[in-house]
Design a protein around this ligand. Structure first.
Ligand code: GLC
Length: 749
């Protein structure tokens, strides 16, 4: 009855209000519907829309709250029948029949699990990221989930921070491109399509800069760095139509993001014209009391709503205190209305009023062959080959026996990585399983786990592992991190391999056989010794459901590594923060510094020089941003610019020849970096401005062209205006951030 009444009212309003015609017809009708509905809501019902609850254990009281219109969104319910039941309560038994927003963390896959986002970033492939998100949305919406809390787009320069696993790494431009791709994958072309999910750009802002890499810790990011490094991916997300944004737990310079008016109103709404929903993180409204930023829950509610937070996740400050705050005149009804408009608008955009229910009889898409194949390809493109001495890889037909050793060779749960709620380990194909099933008929696979899990210190099976290694032609050891060791609240002060994994590699080395080390981890690890002990090193991140077949095919050369590091690998934890696009400083290291063991006795005070480096770790990292090897080699030649002097509105054409000079058909991620040599403020030593995956056959040469808008060199300078500044620029194209063809150009205004 109620749905009929609501439809009748919407029809009446549409007829009575000025028509919505032309291209803006849909959004105009939505605005009409929003206003019409809003005008009929009580204050209590409006506040109910701003209240998001955890649906983990719904009971009668919970159902009553739905019927009373006190809940606007529910997270962590993923049973279709239950979702249809609670939607029916909302639509048919509440006074206005407003449907619920059903949300969940679908971060890197729903049932079919894709590589962790840090691994997906290593593919430098927005198409792969978009496809993975589309597949996740197809699977999750079948269970009734229409809002995911992804992509996470926190710039992450500190591998001690467990959530680096969920990020796209340290670079702003790469993060921008991949975050937009993921949003497009989740939201599709039409948010009202039942297989589309509202995306959520998170966590605004600066969460990845938590001091000391300790999760939830304070950040101290000045506005200029916020605008040049941390905000651009969020602005790109808003421009791409991202439906929602989540505030972060951290305070930046003393102001918790959830209560940061400058962020949520001045930047997000006034500058960027964002008209979506801003949701808090889990209890981050209430936690402003713990921060010492709010006196109590009521104060926290007032601070958050006046700062521009539309919806509160689970901490009940809004539902308990906003009515009183309005009555006391501390929160205006117009402020409440703004928030409710954003929420209703999203529900209309999702088509929930027309289509609140899930069809439960559709063919299940989860784990379909198409989805599994896409997850395998994503995994393959995420792997980074860090070392390959004497071309140990790919394994050739002289290899008759392979010893597979280590705690990550057959770890179906851990292989999926962090933030996996719905993926089932029974569907994970591990490297051991894949090697046996796919290659067991052409090579003899012998296996010893040696350690039960990554933190295991029990060496009692090392001698058996060594014995196996002695019997093999090649040893492949699988080490890394259990999935629980990365992700939220899982910071580490020591990012070397846990347990006795390094000891295991040292032991196996005694067999003096070719040693291939495959890492599965959620972050860069300090693995210098392990790399030295290995002949080949493949970094597989946490590769997801199909990581095993992807690794097996890569080891045997059916696929060729193309991944590049989206984050710098430090030699030791003391080097952190270490990232490629740092400022030059007044005394940059020259690379010829005297290191600890070379220092002469009684060396005089300034005898070692005065440059920015570590006596023990030097200056450079273990592996640079953008680095990754292939089974082939690529040559860069003949770099040509369309002009050497350009104005701010010009587009610079950059072209060069790329040759596959090796024996394998392969893909190179060509990268273009620019250095602004002089600015009104100090500028980074270089910045990634373009990248592209290029596949070439052996011997093939192709002319590659980039079109670089000079406008893309704009930044917030001394006057905090976003603009291009004139002067000289270096430009480099290459296969990583450190080497390539160099040239210069100048910009004149
Ligand atoms: C968590 C995370 C956030 C997530 C939310 C809901 O604490 O910080 O990324 O989306 O709560 O699970």
């Amino acid at each position: 009855m109620r749905i009929f009444k609501l439809v009748a009212i919407v029809v009446f309003t549409t007829l009575m209000m000025p028509g919505c015609n032309g291209p803006e017809k849909v959004s105009c009708k939505i605005e009409q519907n929003v206003e019409q509905l809003l005008s009929r809501m009580t204050l209590r019902e409006k506040i109910g829309q701003m209240n998001q609850l955890n649906g983990r254990r719904p009971d009668e009281a919970f159902f009553e709250q739905i019927k009373n219109g006190e809940i606007g969104s529910i997270l962590n319910i993923e049973q279709p029948e239950l979702i249809n039941h609670i939607q029916s309560l909302a639509v048919n038994e509440s006074r206005l029949g407003i449907p619920l927003l059903i949300a969940r963390d679908v971060i890197h896959g729903y049932k079919t699990i894709f590589p962790i986002p840090l691994g997906q970033a290593a593919s430098f492939n927005p198409d792969i990221v978009q496809e993975g998100a589309r597949i996740a949305a197809a699977e999750a919406t079948q269970d009734g989930i229409r809002w995911t809390f992804a992509p996470m787009m926190d710039i992450s320069r500190d591998p001690r921070w467990g959530r680096i696993a969920e990020s796209f790494g340290e670079d702003t431009y790469l993060t921008e491109v991949l975050a937009v791709a993921m949003i497009r994958g989740f939201q599709g072309d039409d948010l009202s399509n039942p297989s589309s999910m509202a995306a959520c750009a998170k966590h605004l802002i600066g969460y990845g800069a938590a001091e000391g890499g300790k999760d939830y810790n304070s950040t101290y990011i000045p506005e200029r760095q916020l605008r040049n490094v941390y905000l651009p991916p969020f602005e790109a997300a808003v421009k791409a139509g991202c439906a929602t944004i989540m505030t972060s737990f951290n305070d930046n310079d003393g102001i918790p993001a959830t209560g940061n008016r400058f962020l949520l109103r001045d930047i997000l709404r006034k500058e960027w014209r964002f008209d979506g929903v801003v949701v808090s993180d889990w209890a981050s409204v209430k936690e402003m009391v713990v921060h010492g930023f709010s006196a109590d829950d009521k104060d926290a509610a007032m601070t958050a709503i006046n700062a521009g937070l539309d919806m509160e996740m689970v901490s009940l400050c809004y539902i308990r205190h906003l009515e009183t705050l309005v009555e006391e005149g501390k929160v205006s009804i117009s402020t409440i209305d703004e928030a409710v408009r954003n929420i209703l608008r999203l529900k209309f955009r999702l088509g929930l009023f027309d289509n609140p229910y899930i069809e439960t009889d559709k063919t299940r898409l989860a784990y379909s062959e198409e989805h599994l194949q896409a997850a395998k390809i994503a995994a393959e493109e995420s792997f980074v080959l860090l070392k390959n001495n004497n071309n140990v890889l790919p394994l050739n037909d002289r290899v008759k026996t392979i010893a597979v050793i280590g705690p990550m060779a057959d770890a179906p749960h851990d292989q999926m990585g962090t933030w996996v709620f719905d993926g089932e380990k029974e569907h994970t194909v591990t490297p051991l399983t894949a090697l046996r099933e796919m290659y067991g008929n052409q090579v003899n696979i012998i296996y010893e786990e040696a350690l039960k899990f990554s933190r295991d210190k029990d060496k009692s099976r090392f001698n058996k592992a060594l014995d196996l290694a002695r019997r093999a032609d090649v040893v492949i050891v699988f080490v890394g991190e259990e999935s629980i060791l990365s992700g939220e609240a899982h910071s580490l002060a020591d990012i070397s391999l846990q347990g006795a994994q390094t000891d295991l590699i040292r032991e196996i080395k005694k067999a003096k056989k070719p040693l291939v080390t495959v890492f599965m981890a959620g972050r860069p690890l300090t693995i210098g010794e392990e790399v030295d002990l290995s002949d080949a090193v493949l970094y597989a991140w946490h590769p997801g459901t199909m990581g095993g077949p992807a690794i097996a095919d890569m080891l045997f050369g059916k696929s060729v590594p193309s991944g590049k590091l989206p984050v710098t690998f430090p030699k030791m934890v003391g080097q952190i923060p270490v990232y490629y696009n740092h400022n030059r400083t007044g005394r940059p290291a020259r690379g010829n510094e005297v290191l600890l063991d070379e220092i002469p006795l009684e060396a005089r005070q300034s005898s070692l020089g005065n440059t920015s480096y570590y006596l023990d770790a030097g200056f450079g990292p273990l592996f640079h941003f953008g680095f990754g090897l292939s089974y082939t080699t690529f040559d860069y030649e003949n770099l040509i610019l369309s002009s050497l002097e350009l104005d701010a509105n010009a587009v610079l054409e950059v072209s060069f020849n790329l040759t596959n000079s090796g024996a394998f058909e392969a893909t190179e991620v060509v990268q273009l970096y620019v250095t602004d040599l002089v600015g009104s403020t100090v500028r980074p030593v270089k910045e990634l401005k373009e990248f592209r995956r290029v596949s070439l056959k052996p011997g093939e040469t192709r002319k590659i062209s980039f079109h670089l808008p000079i406008a893309s060199l704009a930044f917030y300078g001394i006057d905090m205006e976003y603009k291009v500044e004139p002067g000289m620029f270096n430009l480099m194209v290459g296969g990583n951030s450190q080497e390539g063809l160099m040239t210069q150009f100048s910009v004149c205004l």
